[in-house]
Design a protein around this ligand. Structure first.
Ligand code: TXA
Ligand code: MG
Length: 368
C-alpha cells in the first residue's frame, strides 16, 4: 500500500478515507494518532494490524465535542459533563460506560469506552468532516515511542496505512491523561498534561492513582484497568537507566539551590564515569540531560559513539515533554547500546514525564 502524505490541505481527502473505512494518521496536541472509523469493527481490526498491537488493548475514541460523545455512552455523569466543559478540547481522556454503538473491537471487549476531544484544529476538522467518531491509538508501531512528528509516523507505519496528515511537531509530546469515571471514585489510569492535583482540585474530591502507574509494571494475574499498562511501552532499543541522587529523590523541589548543584554534579560525574567505561568497552552511549546540566558533560564524539541530548530547560516542563520521544527515537537511529538519563522532578506535569521515562528505562533507576 502506498501511504499518501499531505499537509492540512489534505483534510477532506483524509475524511473521505475515514468514511470509506481506511486509516489516516493525524496530529493532536499530545502525539500523532492513527485514526479509523470508531463505529466500524473492520476499521478497528485494521488499526490493530497496522500497529502490530494486541486487539484486547482498547482504542481511544476521538470526538469533536460533548454532543458527539452523547450517543456513545450510557450516561454523561455530572462529573464527566463538568470535566468536558472545563478541559475539552484538551489532553484529558475520560472512561465511561459505552452503548451498543461502539463495537467490541474498538473497546477491546470492555463495556466502557475512552473518549477524548483533542485540542488541535486539524484533528477537530478531520473528525467533523468525517462525520464519525475517530478511534485512534498513538500512531507508532507497538512498543515504539509515540510519534511526535509526521516523520516518526512515516518511519513506523509508511506502507501500512492510507494517509498521513502532516501538521508539524506536536505541542505536548506525551499522551493524554486518562481518568476512569466508570466506577465510584475517579481514578487516574495514565498521567498526562492535565495533572491529578488539577483534577482533584476541580472535582473537589481526591482522584485515585492506579497502582500500575506507580509500580510501572503489571503482574500476569493482575487485571489492569488500562489494558495498555500490561504491554511493554515506550521502549528504546538501548538499555536505559535513570540516574539521580538520594538527596533529590527525597527532597525533590524542596531542595535548595546549592544542594541542587551538588546533586547535579554528583549525578553528572557518575554518568560521565560510567559512559567512559562503557565507551572503552566498545559500547555506544547516549546521555539525556537538561539545559542546566549540559556543561557538566563532554561534547558529542565525532564518530558518534557518544551523544549528549538536551531534553529542555527545567524551567519549561513542556519543552521537556515535547522532546522526550523524539530524542529516544534519535538514540535508536544512532544505534546506542546504553542510555543514561537524569531523573526529573515528579511534580505537576513532571509526573507524566517521569512516568514515560521510567517505562522507557524499564523502571531501572540508579540512586546515588
Ligand atoms: O494522547 C492520546 O491519548 C493519544 C492521541 C492519539 O490521542 N492516544 C493514545 O492512545 O495514547 P493509545 O492507544 O496509545 O493509548 C490508549 C490507552 C491504552 O493504555 C488503553 O489501554 C487505554 O488507553 N484505554 C482505552 N480504552 C480504555 C478503557 N475503556 N478502559 C481502560 N483503558 C482504556
Ligand atoms: Mg500508545
Amino acid at each position: 500500500m502506498e501511504t499518501i502524505i499531505r499537509g492540512i490541505e489534505g483534510i477532506e481527502e483524509a475524511a473521505e478515507i475515514i468514511r470509506r473505512g481506511g486509516l489516516v494518521a493525524f496530529p493532536t496536541e499530545t502525539v500523532y494518532g492513527l485514526g479509523g472509523n470508531a463505529l466500524s469493527p473492520e476499521a478497528a481490526r485494521k488499526i490493530y494490524a497496522a500497529k502490530g498491537r494486541p486487539s484486547d488493548n482498547p482504542l481511544i475514541v476521538h470526538v469533536s465535542g460533548i454532543k458527539d460523545a452523547e450517543p456513545l455512552v450510557t450516561e454523561i455523569t455530572e462529573d464527566a459533563r463538568r470535566l468536558m466543559a472545563r478541559f475539552w478540547p484538551g489532553p484529558l481522556t475520560l472512561i465511561l460506560r459505552k452503548t451498543e454503538r461502539i463495537p467490541r473491537e474498538t473497546s477491546g471487549g470492555l463495556d466502557t469506552v475512552a473518549l477524548r476531544c483533542p485540542e488541535n484544529a486539524c484533528a477537530l476538522r478531520l473528525i467533523s468532516e468525517s462525520g464519525v467518531p475517530i478511534a485512534a491509538p498513538s500512531a507508532n508501531l507497538s512498543g515504539k515511542p509515540s510519534p511526535t512528528e509526521a516523520g516518526h509516523v512515516a518511519k513506523d507505519l509508511g506502507g501500512r496505512i492510507d494517509m498521513i496528515l502532516d501538521g508539524g511537531p506536536v505541542g505536548i509530546g506525551v499522551e493524554s491523561s486518562i481518568l476512569d469515571l466508570s466506577t465510584g471514585t475517579p481514578i487516574l489510569l495514565r498521567p498526562g498534561a492535565v495533572t491529578a492535583e488539577e483534577l482533584s482540585a476541580f472535582l473537589g474530591q481526591k482522584v485515585g492513582i492506579d497502582p500500575a502507574i506507580l509500580s510501572g509494571t503489571v503482574s500476569e494475574t493482575m487485571h489492569p484497568r488500562a489494558p495498555g499498562m500490561k504491554y511493554r511501552h515506550y521502549a528504546p532499543e538501548a538499555e536505559m537507566y535513570l540516574v539521580t541522587t538520594r538527596l533529590f529523590r527525597d527532597r525533590g523541589e524542596a531542595i535548595g539551590r546549592e544542594e541542587r548543584e551538588l546533586s547535579d554534579r554528583r549525578t553528572a560525574r557518575w554518568i560521565r564515569e560510567r559512559a567512559e567505561r562503557e565507551l572503552s568497552e566498545g559500547k555506544r552511549v547516549g546521555i539525556l540531560c537538561v539545559k542546566e546540566t549540559r556543561p557538566f558533560y563532554p561534547p558529542d564524539s565525532p564518530d558518534g559513539t557518544l551523544s549528549v541530548k538536551v531534553l529542555g530547560s527545567r524551567e519549561e516542563m513542556l519543552t521537556m515533554t515535547r522532546s522526550l520521544f523524539r530524542l529516544l527515537r534519535e538514540f535508536d537511529e544512532e544505534k546506542k547500546d546504553r542510555i543514561y538519563a537524569e531523573s526529573c522532578s515528579d511534580r505537576g506535569v513532571g509526573f507524566a514525564l517521569m512516568n514515560r521515562m521510567r517505562k522507557a528505562a524499564g523502571m531501572r533507576e540508579i540512586i546515588l
